[in-house]
Design a protein around this ligand. Structure first.
Ligand SMILES: [Zn+2]
Length: 500
């Protein structure tokens, strides 16, 4: 076995799909009766292979094809990494079952969402009347003012974080306002307080729409929601590549490594040193140590360069869940990181009217960076040229290569966990569906229709700053809806499931 292990470690260039294929073959061999006890040996080999697959320091790549070379280049540069990540992998392969067994039923009950959040907080904060919508996947944060403070208060209260950690409400309000200030400091078109609030609400939604509330410990849920709220704090509206390329101060401070993510996390913990903003002052030293370590690893994992590695690790986890029944291996940190990453790129998985507002803002931020690149590097072509970027193709590439694989693997994992944790589903063949699965397909189809007609550039470029003609786009949504009606939802879902 050692020989095999060494052999595999000497061949890090083996692609993940090849390794998963080996896993599949070995698993089949295990069931051949003639091999008898060899099955146990093979199990050991499988675990070794998974160890290799899940190694954070291993290089991860994604195969990206797009008609547009520039879009391919952007996807590859942004969503795959050859750098060594600084996240430690201690405690990985922690059994999810062990976590469930360790957490008592009483604790699980305490974590259940309370139904009267609105009534309680309304008294204190005079919140908008329809804030119960916060539990909906179709919630649109753009309709509210003061988004960070609003979502922070409601989500923290819904998960009992305020009472569990005896957070002083005035300090929480101070912190919320400081967070808003940080998010709006550089006035980015997209990565502002609305994006922070959106990711927090979406993470909350992912938690309550799955059975994960019963799986994670309170400190993990707290760290996840806090990381979601602060994960882009003081975002300057340009990406890591730009900061490195321009030899910015930030890139120098963090040695070109996850520059923005290091900054978001570091500046928040600096803010927390001030007692006016320290909402965690009542945590024990041990709790704070665990919390801080989790938050840092979660925020660092939002570096899009981690995307390929995360999806790969989740695919491996699903493979074991599906093929190995009760003997499951997982890493709760990976699951938390994937949830936050999914929430971070979830715009395209929301209903079109919600999604398109964010799409407009992120494209504007990209084009602003493109403008800056033109000024600094007028001899080279900008990745985000507002005059020539094919927006529909960029969105199609992003949804197909990045968003769909993330949500597909997450959905599969959540389905398997649902079976284990809630025992609500009778047959293992039954598949539960999640709202994002339908929206993703619909949005992808809509962009394809738009691309086919080739006039999105007109829609987008006729107005500066970018302003979408919603009525115009509505016709595409209708077309896409009709197209989808022809196929059953089940068929759509099956077509999108990744082959592992
Ligand atoms: Zn983000």
């Amino acid at each position: 076995m050692n020989r095999l292990n060494n052999f595999a470690r000497e061949k890090p260039e083996h692609s993940s799909m090849t390794t998963v294929s080996i896993l599949g073959r070995l698993r089949m061999l295990e069931h051949v009766e003639i091999l008898g006890n060899i099955g146990k040996e093979l199990d050991g080999i499988l675990y070794n292979l998974v160890d290799i697959l899940s190694d954070d320091t291993r290089q991860s790549e994604i195969n990206i094809t797009s008609n547009d070379g520039e879009i391919s280049k952007w996807l590859e540069q942004t969503f795959s990494s050859k750098q060594q990540r600084s996240i430690t992998a201690t405690g990985r392969f922690e059994s999810i079952k062990a976590i469930i067994q360790a957490s008592s039923f009483v604790n699980a009950l305490q974590r259940q969402l309370r139904q009267h959040t609105k009534e309680r907080l309304d008294v204190i904060f005079d919140l908008p009347a329809d804030i119960n919508k916060l539990n909906l996947w179709s919630f649109n944060i753009m309709e509210y003012s003061d988004p960070i403070l609003l979502t922070l208060l409601l989500v923290f209260d819904a998960h009992d974080i305020i009472s569990r950690y005896r957070i002083d409400i005035d300090v929480l309000k101070n912190f919320g306002r400081a967070l808003t200030e940080g998010y709006t400091k550089f006035r980015p078109a997209y990565h502002n307080d609305y994006h922070g609030a959106d990711v927090l609400q979406t993470t909350h939604c992912l938690l309550i729409k799955s059975s994960l509330l019963n799986v994670f410990a309170q400190i993990e849920i707290t760290a996840l929601l806090f990381a979601a709220a602060i994960h882009d704090y003081e975002h300057p509206g340009v990406n890591n590549n730009y900061l490195v390329k321009t030899r910015s101060d930030l890139a120098l401070i963090y040695n070109d490594s996850s520059v923005l993510e290091n900054h978001h996390s570091s500046s928040i913990f600096k803010l927390l040193r001030d007692k006016r903003f320290n909402i965690w002052s009542n945590m024990t030293i041990e709790e704070y140590r665990t919390f801080r370590s989790l938050v840092i690893s979660l925020v660092l994992a939002t570096d899009m360069a981690n995307h390929a590695s995360l999806v790969e690790r989740m695919s491996t986890y699903f493979f074991f869940k599906e093929t190995n029944g009760t003997t499951t291996v997982t890493d709760s940190k990976t699951l938390l990181q994937t949830l936050l990453h999914a929430a971070d790129i979830s715009n395209a998985a929301k209903p079109w009217p919600v999604y398109i507002q964010s799409a407009e803002k992120i494209m504007e931020e990209f084009f602003m960076q493109g403008d800056l690149e033109k000024i600094h590097y007028d001899d080279s072509k900008s990745t985000f040229d507002r005059e020539s970027t094919d927006i529909a193709q960029l969105q199609i590439g992003f949804i197909s290569h990045i968003v769909c694989p993330t949500f597909d693997v997450l959905s599969k994992v959540l389905q398997v966990d649902s079976l284990e944790n809630t025992a609500k589903l009778i047959s293992p063949k039954t598949t539960s569906t999640f709202p994002w699965q339908y929206d993703l397909q619909l949005n992808l189809e809509t962009w394809r229709q738009i691309s086919k007609e080739g006039d999105i550039q007109q829609v987008w470029l006729q107005r500066k700053p970018l302003k979408l003609n919603f009525q115009y786009l509505e016709t595409y949504v209708e077309k896409a809806k009709n197209y989808l009606k022809k196929r059953s939802q089940q068929e759509v879902l099956l077509n999108r499931l990744p082959s592992v």
